[in-house]
Design a protein around this ligand. Sequence first.
Ligand code: ZN
Length: 64
Amino acid sequence: MIDWEMVGDGYYVHESICVKCGYRFIHVRPTDVLLKDCECGKCGLTGFVIKTGQEIDDMEVAEE
Ligand SMILES: [Zn+2]
């Protein structure tokens, strides 16, 4: 699940996949972090994470 409290200005939220091991996950990253610098949460390798193209914009954001 996404911790929406962490998501705000300066963050991208999208689905990513590791082309090395096939691990697919919801990716929350600061806008100043490049995808090629992101580490796969499963195999731990850097540089294999790409966007799947599926934007997470239809999910409900909890507001307080
Ligand atoms: Zn991986």
